[in-house]
Design a protein around this ligand. Structure first.
Ligand SMILES: Nc1ncnc2c1ncn2[C@@H]1O[C@H](COP(=O)(O)OP(=O)(O)OP(=O)(O)O)[C@@H](O)[C@H]1O
Ligand SMILES: [Mg+2]
Length: 315
């Protein structure tokens, strides 16, 4: 697999405010990259730079080998950009809207008819082709906007919060659509606030906060960023004893009784270290003859990771 999107020390300043600071990313062809971060983190700024709508203050970015600084036209040919707002298109019908964008990309009129049909079918809007754009629901507008970004058949899609403001069904539809586009060989770079959504669909994730990349990698890699790990220990009795024993175990940072569990006694143990640290916890309990009936590591949820790698900085 080769890298199709790359940024190197990408920085953007709006006056004194550094909205994006030294962001370096390498995104592989055919992947779905989820860009997550709180409001004002710099997601839109980064994506607008990739779409060549904004020049970086320093650093550079490449799409399919073309630099946004040296060859913006080359970048634009390869990229479909969906902004985070739809815009106002009074008096334009659904098919006219797509036809208009097709014309913007110099697609001849003879080819546009078939193209508009195909795009409408892909985003499931064929039945609304003669309606006015402004009469569509938000979810439909979002799908139409996605169709428009595909008009020139770009290899790379940069989508700024494609699922924002949608109901659960419409979100799922967008997600399915992204999967379909990936299956067609497209590389997708999209932003979102919804961590779960990102986790379900992405091959790689970047977490950005206050302009800086806080974590970056596959979901597994990101989850291992968690500074502490956690195991749940279930016991059939002697819980207090187990609690004090664990509190004096070297790798253990914190032990708490899990109050949610009524039937069994369960301890939630936070520890630092590798697998051998985890083994030492279990060994300690067994050697003390404590009645352990369950011992399992709980994987970090993406939300935990997000809370740990971001500091709640508001820019
Ligand atoms: N045109 C502009 N002029 C000045 N500052 C701007 C401009 N656009 C964005 N900013 C600032 O840059 C920072 C990053 O904004 P950006 O829109 O990139 O964040 P975001 O991650 O997309 O946020 P959101 O999740 O709210 O969409 C913010 O502090 C924002 O106020
Ligand atoms: Mg934004």
């Amino acid at each position: 697999m080769s890298t199709i999107i790359e940024t190197k020390d990408l920085t953007h300043r709006y006056g004194k405010l550094t909205a994006v600071k030294d962001i370096s990313l390498e995104i592989e062809e055919g992947s779905i990259f989820g860009f997550i971060g709180p409001n004002g983190a710099g997601k839109t700024t980064t994506m607008r730079i990739l779409a060549t709508l904004l020049r970086p203050t320093s650093g550079n970015a490449w799409v399919g080998g073309c630099s946004v600084l040296e060859d913006p036209r080359g970048v634009r040919r390869q990229i479909g950009y969906m902004p985070d707002f739809f815009g106002v298109y009074d008096e334009m019908k659904v098919w006219e809207y797509l036809d208009f964008f097709g014309a913007c990309y110099d697609i001849p009129a003879s080819r546009r008819v078939g193209l508009v049909d195909d795009l409408l079918q892909l985003v499931d809007l064929s039945h609304r082709r003669n309606d006015y754009v402004d009469s569509l629901s938000r979810g439909m507008k979002q799908r139409l906007c996605l169709a428009r970004t595909l008009a020139h058949d770009p290899q790379v899609l940069v989508l700024d919060e494609p699922a924002s403001g949608l109901d659960p069904r419409a979100r799922i539809e967008i997600r399915e659509l992204l999967r379909e586009l990936q299956a067609m060989g497209k590389t997708i770079f999209f932003s979102s606030h919804i961590l779960l959504e990102v986790a379900e669909i992405c091959t790689t994730i970047g977490i950005i906060e206050a302009g800086c990349l806080a974590a970056y990698g596959t979901l597994d890699e990101i989850q291992s960023h968690r500074r502490t790990r956690q195991v749940r220990v279930a016991l059939s009795g002697r819980v207090e004893e187990a609690l004090s024993l664990l509190q004096s175990t070297p790798a253990v940072l914190d032990v708490a009784l899990n109050h949610q569990e009524r039937r069994r006694h369960e301890l939630v143990v936070q520890f630092s270290g590798d697998d051998s640290a985890q083994t030492s916890i279990l060994t300690r309990l067994i050697q003390a003859g404590l009645p352990v009936i369950g011992f399992a590591e709980t994987k970090a949820e993406l939300e935990d990771v997000f809370m740990q790698v971001t500091k709640g900085i508001v820019s």
